[in-house]
Design a binder for this molecule. Sequence first.
Ligand SMILES: [Zn+2]
Length: 490
Amino acid sequence: MRVFCVAGGLISTLLLVEPLQGQESKPESFRSRDVGLDLSVDFAEERLSGSMTLEIENWTKEPASRVSFLLNRLMEASAVRDGAGTPLNFTQDVVRFLDTPMRQVTQVLVDLGKPVPPGGHTVVRLDYAGNLVGYTEVGWLYVKDRIDTAFTIIREDALAFPRIDGVVDASNRRVPTVPFTYRASVRVPSKYVVAAGGKPSRVINADGTTTWKYVSGVPSPFINIAIAPFDTLSQGGVRLFFFRGDSIGARRLMSGAQAALILLTAWFGPLHSPLNLTITEIPDGWGSQASLVGGIIQTAAAFRDSTHMGELYHELSHLWNAPDLENPSPRWNEGYAMFMQDLLHERIDAWPKRRESEIEDIATVKKMIAADSSMRRVPMIDYGTANKTGRSYRVGALMFATLFDLVGQQEFNKIVGGYYQQFGPGGTTRDFINFAKRTSSRDLTGFFDDWLLSTRWVDVLANSTSISDLVAHYRRGAATRERLPMFPTI
Ligand SMILES: [Zn+2]
């Protein structure tokens, strides 16, 4: 079983409810670009309190002067200020989501005083406090969040800190989200350890508490802060936080990470910046999530079960992706990471099922094609604009598996690693295609025309049941291929 990493977070995948007629409203005009979180946790009262300072951006084409923040239903804002510390007018109330009435939140409506122009930024600081409760009643069974000495998680899913959103899911999903930078500071009694993604530091206070700080440095899709009496392991830029009793699993995970990093470096060359990755164990049933910056949270079962190693390899493989300059991105690098997770699993853990898994993937993609005619219309390069990046995982994995066998590992490494090394600031799909074509001793024009620029791969796949069938097609086609017209893109 392989798990897909979701840049937008768990919630976005779980909210695929159809909007109720007539309940769509204008989406929020602002989104966060940088946040500073400063919290204290009171375990006796099961409360947290503090502030969040957000640099927000008006992403729309019209000026805007009002922001809606959502907080956990048992939390309350006590003050709202601008970047200069001047109080801003606000109202707050506990309200229901219009299209998910079971979901109750504290909505804080803030008047910014003056309109922010399109593309403009402003700073808002909210002081807030309250009890943290989960959202299992909405059907999010993994959101069991509460302040607990055994394990506490502070995350957006339970609105443990303010999030810009309205109370209509259908409208919220229309806001183009972007990752954001963060600084998180959390004060806890000194016997607890605070785990989060980013560069860590801590200050021991005179009152028996410790303030832990994590700085993301570069943008992250989320903040997850876990608090528990964790044990820790650290090696080569990888920090592991784990529950006492799971040290065997933690050591296995660490040695797998180190083995993967050694192989990836040998194949694709050195990383542009030092690795700084946090992996945190959370209890079973609390959801898993992964980002290189925001860190990986992984349930205890994954720590104890070696079949989950692929998820870790997937995330580590992403380290060798040049930033994708297309907006929205078609995210074929997810296909690359899906392929790499199986390859690394095979090479490091002697996993015997890579070929079996490829055959299953081919069958699954054939079913996707049969079920959805747009698979034949939208080429992979347009998955971003067509909002179909969920397909990039499996279709992209087939493309990279075919490329790997077609050109061989040595040339594959030169293509993938060379592109990463040469396109440090970033590149586009066409940059990648051109680089691969220049690098390979084989003519890859038809291959990329089929897989990235058109949907001709669908017909090639129809006659294939394995990656070797796909490779045989491109070996045969090399001598006789003629350029066919592109399928129309949408
Ligand atoms: Zn991924």
